[in-house]
Design a protein around this ligand. Structure first.
Ligand code: SF4
Length: 183
């Protein structure tokens, strides 16, 4: 299958790439995450992925896009976790689905499906909607059982692992939660 993989970060790409390769599919990847705040964090995650991709022979397509203003406009008024995550995930998967169709891929998927910290059912629902809108298959797989392996692989490869999901809201929520636990 010719598969385009939306990649949120290098650590999640590790075991996801392996899981697809084990089925005989060598995915190509796209890093499209305008949710990541601040820009220095976006660059760090992207640079980590670029280095890792060249190491493992993962081909990346698409120009770097960082429309944080557009992303903030999209979630404005829906800043509650869950509601904003649906909008955030939908935007990234729709971009990937459109790119997959225009670049001649049969299907698309996302590394978000490996994370137990993500809203898994929302990813599945929004992936299916994006697929229907673009006319290209959403290759759904529940890869959460591979999450531990992705942590091991990231450690072995010395990859930068971020401390929060990506957006400014998640950065604040994670910091507040850490402070609460430390008390
Ligand atoms: S917490 Fe993560 S998925 Fe939810 S809006 Fe923020 S970056 Fe997007």
């Amino acid at each position: 299958m010719k598969l385009l993989l939306h990649i949120c970060c290098a650590p999640c790409a590790t075991a996801t790439f392996d899981a697809w390769r084990a089925l005989g599919t060598i995915p190509e990847g796209v890093f499209f995450n305008p949710n990541i705040h601040p820009f220095s964090e976006f660059q760090r995650r992207r640079d980590t992925l670029l280095a890792y991709a060249s190491e493992i022979g993962l081909r990346l397509i698409g120009e770097p896009v960082y429309d944080v203003a557009g992303w903030l406009r999209m979630v404005a008024g829906n800043d509650e976790k869950g509601r904003r995550c649906r909008i955030c995930i939908s935007g990234r998967l729709r971009f990937t689905a459109d790119l997959a169709r225009s670049a001649g891929f049969e299907a698309f998927s996302t590394t978000l499906l490996i994370s137990p910290w993500q809203e898994h059912e929302i990813i599945r629902e929004e992936g299916e909607k994006a697929a229907a809108a673009a006319g290209v298959e959403f290759a759904y797989r529940d890869l959460r059982s591979e999450y531990g392996r992705s942590r091991e692989m990231s450690r072995e490869a010395g990859l930068y692992r971020q401390k929060y999901c990506g957006c400014i809201y998640s950065e604040a929520e994670t910091a507040l939660e850490r402070r609460r636990k430390a008390r």
